[in-house]
Write a protein that binds this ligand. Sequence first.
Ligand SMILES: NC(=O)c1ccc[n+]([C@@H]2O[C@H](COP(=O)([O-])OP(=O)(O)OC[C@H]3O[C@@H](n4cnc5c(N)ncnc54)[C@H](O)[C@@H]3O)[C@@H](O)[C@H]2O)c1
Length: 359
Amino acid sequence: MNFAIIGCGFISIKHAETIKKISGSKIVAVCDKNPAAMKRYEIEFGATAYTNIEEMLASENIDIVNICTPSGSHANIAELAAFYGKHIIVEKPMALSLEDTDRILQATKTNNVKLAVVHPNRFRPAVMKLHEIMQEGHLGKISHALCVVNWNRGQHYYDQAPWRGTKEQDGGVLMNQAIHNLDLLLSFMGTPTEVFSMGATRLRDIEVEDVSTGVIRFESGALATVQASTTVYPQNYEESLTIFGEKGTVKIGGAHALYFETLEIENLTEKEIGQMISEVESDPWGTPGHERIIRDMIEAINEDKAPVISGEDGRNAVEIVLAFYESAEKNRLVKIKERGEPNDKNKSKTTKSYQAVRV
Ligand SMILES: NC(=O)c1ccc[n+]([C@@H]2O[C@H](COP(=O)([O-])OP(=O)(O)OC[C@H]3O[C@@H](n4cnc5c(N)ncnc54)[C@H](O)[C@@H]3O)[C@@H](O)[C@H]2O)c1
């Protein structure tokens, strides 16, 4: 597979190093507004550098485009890549508005290209184990969940690049950091129906929230509380997800939601539980999520199947964040209403797509 990376900043190196180690794959081209950012890719990876995306797409033999630019630019770039018939791996958040997520979905559909959104936390060993536990019904009826991201991103983090901490290109702690955790929450709890939240900008000089708290009601009737911040002194404090069921309580926690801090399950023996805990502790990060997602895209193309983390998943995560924002801004409950496929009112309601509406 021939890859092209667009946006050669912090996260792009994870994509590049993964591509380099997959046999039969290579980075043929890179594109960045800033030529200096591409030097490493020219020297170390042998990629041809472009400052114009369209010129790159038109001239190079590319199968997959990895979009690693600031979040607000993902939609325009994805539309262009789809137009040129390239499969797309787009960094989270997929986009910053539902108009933009739906433009991406429409463009990939029209041009018959595959789309994957990078939510790498889905592949953490503890997270995958919890999915197995829940799929086997070990927790029974779910009562509620607690999703916490209490992290530290100092002012220097926001000052690294002009797009950080802006409404147009980034979003706040929910859209940038906690979207990973909201994506996980949805994957465990199902369809959300209502959100109430409050947000604030307490300690950082940014346009967006650095603290947010909210509650979600799910279609099942279960509730979740979400608490996210980048203001914690002096360093990342907690990233955790706790699920409370009638027959079990599971908390995946630590500073980076990697370990089972609580694993109490009525139907499992102490030995089975001990085994799960030690399996996770022996390799808490597992195969990096970026690698899983890139390998999955190659498999999806070769076998003509859908990538594991779909555009609809990316859209659902953006939608819940936007519902939080709308609720905080209007200081009222926001209902999330099920509807048909984005931008395609004639299709049946087969996708998990929702539209935030105010009540
Ligand atoms: N999945 C994850 O765990 C994860 C982690 C970090 C960042 N991200 C996401 O990756 C994206 C990039 O984040 P980053 O931290 O690498 O940012 P960054 O600022 O380090 O890098 C962005 C790069 O894109 C370039 N760029 C900006 N606009 C461009 C355009 N229109 N065309 C071409 N190049 C352009 C910039 O010059 C810069 O080199 C964001 O959407 C972010 O949310 C995801």
